[in-house]
Ligand binder design. Structure first.
Ligand code: SAH
Length: 359
C-alpha cells in the first residue's frame, strides 16, 4: 500500500462517485463498492465478484480501504465486548459493543486520547494524541458490526468512547454521513447519540446540521466552581452558556436532551446538588442519566452507595424530571465509561494541552 492509493474509507458516497468519474469509471460502481465495504464487510477488491476482472484490477491499483485491525476482543461476563483496534499509523483506540440494552449498541471513539482532562476519566489522562479521520470513526462501526454479526441488523451508535466529538467536529459529522448512506449501513441519525462536554460553538453548529444525532451533554456539576474543577473546559464554556445553547437547540417532537451526571461520592451527589440540578434544567426538554462513577486506578474519587444515588434520583423524579441510572457494563474488562485508555502517551501532558485549548 502506498500513498498513491486513494483511501475509500474516508469518502462519502458522492466523493467516491467523483473519484471514479475522475478516473473515467462509471459512477454507479460507487454504490457497488459501498455495498461491499459496508453491507458485506469486504474490503478486498478481488472478492467483489459483481465487478469485472478489469475493474477489480484497476481498483486494486488505485484504491485501498483502510480498516482498523482488531488487536483484542475481550468479553465481559455481562456480554459486553471491548475491542482494541489498531489504525494505519499503529495508534490504538478502543470501541465497545454493548448488547441488549435492549438494543444493540456500539460505543465508538472520535479521537486517540482526549484533550478535555476530566478529573474522573482515564482517557483524559492520556491527553490528545490525534483526531480520528472520518473513515476511522465509521470504520469502527464497520469492523464491530462485522465482528458481532450485525451488518444487516439495526443497532445504535453512541459517540461515548475515547475523545470529545465536538473537538473533532468535521470528521465526526462526516463519519455520520458515511454511515447514513442507504447504500452502506444506512444508520439513521435517530439511532446515534453524540455525547459532549459542552463545547458551545460546536453545539451551535450542531443545531444547524441537516443530519442531527441525539444529544447528550456531560454536566456532572451544578456550580461553575465545581464543574471547572471536574471538567476543565467549563472555564471557557460555563454552565449558563451551555444551558443557553441547550435551550436554543432544535429538538424534534418528543425528543429531549440527555444530561449525563457522573456521581462522585461526597462530591457532587448531595440533595443540594440534586435541587440545583432541577433549577438549572428548568425550561429545557431534558432527561437525566446518572452515572455512578466507574472507579479506576489513579482516579481520586469513589463511587457513591446505591442509597445516595437513589436519594438523588428521587429528588429529580419528584420534580418531574425523567431520570435513569446508567448500569455499568463491562467493568471487569475495563470497558465501562471513563475506563478506556491505551498505552503510548502523548508528547504534551493533558494539562499542557488543556492550557493550549483554552488560550
Ligand atoms: N467526551 C464526551 C464523550 C466521552 S465519555 C463526553 O464527555 O461526553 C462518555 C461519558 O462517560 C461522559 O459523560 C463522561 O463524563 C463519562 N465518564 C467519564 N469517566 C467516567 C467514569 N470514570 N465513570 C463513569 N462515567 C465516566
Amino acid at each position: 500500500m502506498t500513498s498513491q492509493h486513494l483511501d475509500l474509507a474516508d469518502l462519502e458516497l458522492g466523493e467516491l462517485e467523483k473519484a471514479l468519474e475522475a478516473l473515467g469509471i462509471e459512477r454507479f460502481h460507487a454504490r457497488q463498492l459501498y455495498r461491499w465495504i459496508y453491507r458485506r464487510g469486504t474490503v478486498d477488491f478481488e472478492l467483489m465478484t459483481d465487478l469485472s476482472r478489469t475493474l477489480r484490477t484497476r481498483f486494486r491499483e488505485e484504491f485501498l480501504v483502510s480498516t482498523p485491525r482488531i488487536v483484542t476482543d475481550e468479553r465481559s461476563v455481562d456480554g459486553t465486548r471491548k475491542f482494541v483496534l489498531e489504525l494505519a499509523d499503529r495508534r490504538r483506540i478502543e470501541s465497545v459493543f454493548i448488547p441488549d440494552t435492549p438494543s444493540m449498541t456500539f460505543c465508538i471513539s472520535t479521537q486517540v486520547g482526549c484533550a478535555m482532562s476530566c478529573g474522573f476519566c482515564l482517557t483524559g489522562k492520556m491527553g490528545l494524541v490525534r483526531n480520528l479521520m472520518a473513515g476511522e470513526i465509521a470504520g469502527q462501526v464497520r469492523v464491530l458490526a462485522a465482528a458481532t454479526g450485525l451488518l444487516d441488523l439495526p443497532f445504535n451508535i453512541v459517540l461515548m468512547g475515547m475523545g470529545e466529538p465536538l473537538h473533532n467536529y468535521d470528521n465526526t459529522m462526516k463519519a455520520l454521513r458515511i454511515l447514513h448512506s442507504e447504500h452502506g449501513l444506512a444508520v439513521s441519525p435517530r439511532r446515534v447519540t453524540l455525547s459532549t462536554v459542552g463545547i458551545v460553538p460546536g453545539l451551535e453548529r450542531l443545531a444547524h446540521e441537516p443530519m442531527m444525532p441525539n444529544l447528550a451533554v456531560s454536566l456532572h456539576a451544578t456550580t461553575d466552581e465545581q464543574r471547572t474543577a471536574l471538567v476543565p473546559p467549563n472555564k471557557k464554556y460555563p454552565l449558563a452558556d451551555i444551558l443557553d445553547a441547550c435551550r436554543r437547540f432544535p429538538l424534534k417532537k418528543r425528543s429531549r436532551i440527555t444530561f449525563e451526571y457522573v456521581m462522585l461520592d461526597g462530591v457532587n451527589d448531595t440533595p443540594d446538588d440534586a435541587r440545583r440540578l432541577v433549577r438549572l434544567l428548568a425550561g429545557i426538554k431534558a432527561k437525566v442519566n446518572l452515572i455512578p462513577l466507574n472507579p479506576a486506578p489513579g482516579i481520586p474519587y469513589d463511587r457513591p452507595s446505591d442509597a445516595r444515588v437513589d436519594r438523588f434520583a428521587q429528588i429529580l423524579a419528584d420534580r418531574h424530571i425523567t431520570v435513569s441510572v446508567r448500569k455499568s457494563r463491562g467493568q471487569d474488562i475495563r470497558a465501562a465509561c471513563g475506563q478506556l485508555i491505551v498505552e503510548g502517551g502523548p508528547k504534551k501532558t493533558a494539562a499542557q494541552q488543556m492550557a493550549l485549548l483554552l488560550r
